[in-house]
Design a protein around this ligand. Structure first.
Ligand code: GUN
Ligand code: ZN
Length: 451
């Protein structure tokens, strides 16, 4: 095995390197297509047990069963699971400060816990330390790419994008836009917000592996003028993402209907403003109808499903099957701090339970696909992340198949592959993570100092 990497920290973040040719041995699992709903055996799965994944200059170049020649540095992780790094399609960086806060549904929870926590990130020191803490936490949970909301403060977006940049990560983020119905310290105005967005876009959009998302928090906290400004930015550059919340909670829905009486639905508020497009990422999308589904599908937008958050805040049971049948792309998301863990396994386990409450069965394949290749595809990034296709960045994680006596027993008794992976998905979490690589560079290793 290779020498453990130094602990992840801001100072080591940009200086780490990887051998130019690295072969990693393990049980390689990824997807070559989209698995069909309900199928526990699928041609979309690519499972290559005990293979060597070949990485050259940070990119995947192939995989083989035979040992590579002496021109390759080797890392032998046989008996362990190797997956593409998880993609978290919607998460809030500052909210690790108030994750797991008691006793409120969405709108009260925002006022009681979220806004006070986000206010702190207006200070540069807090924003910088918080950004490093957050991206290192993502990596320590096996998430190597994410669509992230920082706060309304420019400094928090800058700090977040800089922290991801220092680690070579694929991150999509932008300053949050809010110009009403929030504390004064969290409100911007249209003119200043546009100026800040333009500066941040010029600095970060398309820089290495970063992309800018025009980030409307949600319809109630933006005036129609601010929504129009956000849409104008998107229209100027169709490679920009739009990131917002949509139809999460029924009180929120009633509020949106009062604020925007001319709109047919919550989604229609965004559609009328010009914010529904192929780079739109909508968190939640629980309370939608068939017309909304059709509009989302027609525009190629993605819904970021956050089951842990939906359960914790009591928001509702996501109708994944209806979206899937309507042709809407669904990607997995933790939505921390509404969600109670950055662990994608815990998120997937919650997704399974939400579907069970709806009388549906979520296979491990549909779930894992939505956290890897499916998410990448929905974000227009499948050429870069989400799979072990040749040419993709070597963003990957090594996982223990089982940790602890119960999981080990369950793993030992599994016979079919779906049974084994499903049990892993339900029982594993970040404690199963052995190491995480970003573009081939090890950015997390269990047991390294500080992890
Ligand atoms: N809607 C508006 N803001 C938020 C937030 O921070 N978290 C969640 N889950 N929903 C929101
Ligand atoms: Zn959210």
């Amino acid at each position: 095995m290779l020498t453990p990497a130094p602990p992840p920290s801001a100072s080591s973040a940009s200086s780490a390197s990887a051998p130019p040719r690295l072969a990693l041995r393990g049980d390689l699992l990824d997807f070559v297509g989209a698995p069909a709903w309900g199928e526990t055996e699928t041609p979309a799965l690519r499972f290559r047990p005990d293979h060597w994944l070949l990485i050259e200059d940070g990119r995947i170049v192939g995989a083989q069963a035979e040992s590579p020649d002496a021109g390759w540095a080797r890392e032998d992780q046989r008996g362990r699971l190797v997956l593409p790094g998880f993609i978290d399609a919607h998460v809030h960086a500052p909210q690790i400060d108030m994750i797991a806060s008691y006793g409120a549904a969405l709108l009260d929870w925002l006022q009681a816990y979220t806004f006070p926590a986000e206010l702190r990130h207006g200070h540069a020191g807090e924003a910088l330390a918080g950004a490093d803490r957050f991206v290192d936490a993502l990596l320590a949970h096996g998430t190597t790419a994410a669509v992230v909301m920082p706060t309304v403060h420019k400094v928090s977006a800058d700090a977040l994008l800089a922290a991801a940049h220092a680690r070579g990560m694929r991150l999509v983020a932008g300053k949050v836009l809010m110009d009403r119905h929030a504390p004064p310290g969290l409100c911007d105005d249209v003119v200043q917000a546009e100026r800040d967005c333009r500066e941040l876009i010029a600095r970060w959009h398309g820089r290495d592996r970063l992309a800018y998302a025009v980030t409307v928090r949600f319809a109630p906290t933006s005036t129609p003028e601010q929504l129009a400004m956000a849409a104008a930015l998107c229209a100027e550059d169709p490679t920009l993402y739009l990131h917002t919340h949509l139809a999460e909670n029924r009180d929120e829905l009633r509020w949106v209907a009062e604020l925007f009486p001319q709109a047919r639905s919550y989604l229609d508020v965004y559609a009328r403003a010009g914010l529904l497009h192929r780079r739109s990422v909508f968190a939640h999308g629980i309370w939608l109808d068939a017309e909304d589904h059709a509009a989302l599908a027609a525009h190629g937008a993605v819904v970021a499903h956050s089951p842990s958050s939906n359960l914790f805040l009591g928001s509702g049971l996501f109708d994944w099957r209806a979206l899937e049948q309507g042709g809407v792309a669904v990607a997995m998301a933790s939505d921390v701090g509404g969600g109670t863990s950055l662990s994608m396994q815990r998120t997937l386990a919650d997704a399974y339970k939400v579907q069970a409450l709806r009388g549906q069965r979520l296979t491990a394949w549909v779930a894992l696909h939505a956290a890897t290749r499916g998410a990448a595809q929905a974000l227009g990034l499948a050429h870069e992340i989400g799979s072990f296709d040749a040419g993709c960045c070597a963003d990957l994680c090594v996982w223990d198949w089982a940790r602890g006596a119960v999981a080990e027993r369950r793993d030992a008794l599994a016979t079919a592959l779906h049974e084994r992976v499903f049990a892993w998905m339900m029982l594993a979490d970040e404690r199963n993570l052995v190491s995480a690589r970003v573009a081939g560079v090890e950015r997390f290793r269990r047991g390294a100092q500080g992890s």
